[in-house]
Design a binder for this molecule. Structure first.
Ligand code: ZN
Length: 462
């Protein structure tokens, strides 16, 4: 099976040809840990988790290395720690723990390595000194800057016109920059701000710029060049452009990664999500209301390169779908691997630039097939195995099934009692009370169905 992925570098769908099929290497830019991750942050995490699962399916678990970094040195972190009156370490540890819990609830496999920026300062200094020694960077007023004109093909990834990049860079033009596009590799730290011994004989302790972190961590864990680099579309310029400049100039290589993949933006109910608009939603807030699996299915229902419009309605559809699929599979174990034709059909769709909407459409079809062949648990096992490739129907602790069990743990006697109260209220024409009971139960995931014979039955919705 050929894996074709849209490569931002070439602007075309390219076939993945790993540099070493026994060691397929992927790097994805991870979170800056200072606050709860919002639902937009969940998109690359889920998208590249699907790719990670697919790569493992195609090349074998032992032959895929997935690195996602943690940015634990950043001015936003310093500011937030000061604001909360806690240490930087406490803030980053707490935030990282939240992030791990959130992504586990979304049923994302942990990456092979999650390197922290603060544990790779040595590598950053080494890279910076190399860049200075080869004339790609210079020291100015205790900063080290990358000199953009030293790289003739700078800008190949974003393909922005030069004047646009210069205009963007002019927002922050320090007097010590030789060129407005030059960017910071290292900067001095004032007292009270985290600092490490500086490179290039600079006396004042300092800290790295953001871009150099990813060049250092990908180098350490994946080597000078590797197969896939991913992140959100907002990272193309300047972050990824600058990563490429640093790594290629330090190692004299033609590419940093062969494939550059970028997921699209996330809109919330048709609007850009922002704190100032007051429509900023964290993963954690959503998880109080929906199982992680619903968020995952809703996210994957849009192709990763398209902008996604995140709506309650979309979550509702995902919840209904999962409800049905779990009913279809019942208690069967998943069948995985070469022998499962359903899984191959799903893998095929994912191998076409991670076409998750097509894979999900096909899962709907497979669910119908599995549902109508009542006698065959083999088909249900295959269906479940196929869905597992997308990280769905996994019976996780925070998944659908767990929520259902939680809901069922509501005393059935209590539910029966409330149903009786509701019938009595309706008989007394107290429809307000009747509706109130229906809503109370709905809030706990119990849906009432009024039958033709005047009785009421119930089922767990989510
Ligand atoms: Zn990065």
């Amino acid at each position: 099976m050929e894996l074709r992925l849209y490569n931002t570098l070439t602007r075309s769908k390219d076939t993945l040809r790993p540099l070493d099929p026994a060691n397929v290497r992927m790097y994805v830019c991870g979170p800056t840990v200072y606050d709860h991750a919002h639902i937009g942050n969940a998109r690359p995490v889920i998208v590249f988790d699907v790719l990670n699962r697919l790569l493992r399916r195609l090349y074998g678990d032992a032959h895929v290395k997935y690195v996602r970094n943690i940015t634990d040195v950043d001015d936003k972190i310093n500011a937030r720690a000061a604001e909360r009156g806690i240490s930087i370490r406490d803030l980053t540890e707490e935030t990282y723990r939240w992030f791990r819990e959130d992504t586990a609830a979304l049923n994302c496999l942990p990456p092979t390595v999650e390197p922290r920026a603060t544990e790779h300062i040595d590598e950053m200094r080494t890279l910076i000194e190399r860049l200075v020694a080869t004339g790609h960077a210079y020291v100015a007023e205790e900063h080290v800057l990358f000199h953009v004109p030293s790289m003739p093909d700078y800008g190949r990834l974003s393909r922005r016109p030069l004047d646009e990049m210069v205009a963007g860079a002019r927002v922050d033009v320090a007097p010590y920059k030789r060129d407005p596009m030059d960017f910071v590799l290292w900067k001095p730290s004032a007292e009270g701000v985290p600092g490490w011994p500086s490179p290039c004989g600079i006396a004042t302790p300092g800290r790295p710029g953001w871009h150099i972190e990813c060049s250092a961590m990908s180098w350490r864990h994946l080597g000078e060049t590797f197969d896939i680099h991913g992140g959100g579309i907002d990272l193309v310029f300047p972050h990824h452009e600058n990563e490429i400049a640093q790594s290629r100039c330090a190692f004299h290589t033609g590419v940093m990664a062969q494939m550059w993949m970028h997921n699209g933006f996330l809109m919330l109910e048709g609007e850009k999500m922002s704190k100032s608009l007051g429509n900023f939603v964290t993963i954690r807030e959503l998880l109080t209301e929906w199982p992680g699996e619903v968020l995952r299915l809703a996210m994957l229902s849009t192709h990763y390169r398209q902008p996604i419009n995140w709506t309650r309605q979309g979550l509702g559809f995902a919840a209904k779908t999962l409800d049905k699929w779990y009913r279809v599979i019942g208690e069967v174990e998943a069948e995985t691997g070469e022998g499962n034709p359903f899984e191959i059909e799903i893998a095929d769709r994912l191998a076409d630039d991670l076409n998750t909407p097509s894979a999900i459409t096909h899962l709907h079809h497979l669910a119908e097939v599995a549902e109508h062949e009542e006698s065959s648990s083999a088909l249900r096992r295959r269906f479940k195995g196929a869905a597992n490739l997308l990280g769905l129907l996994g019976d996780t602790e925070t998944g659908w099934r767990a929520r259902q069990k939680e809901a069922i743990a509501l005393d059935e006697g209590v539910i029966a009692g409330l149903i009786a109260d509701r019938l009595a209220a309706r008989k007394a024409k107290d429809f307000k009370r009747a509706d109130q009971i229906r809503e109370e139960l709905a809030a706990q995931g119990i849906v009432l169905m009024d039958n033709k014979d005047g009785t009421t039955s119930w089922e767990v919705s989510r």
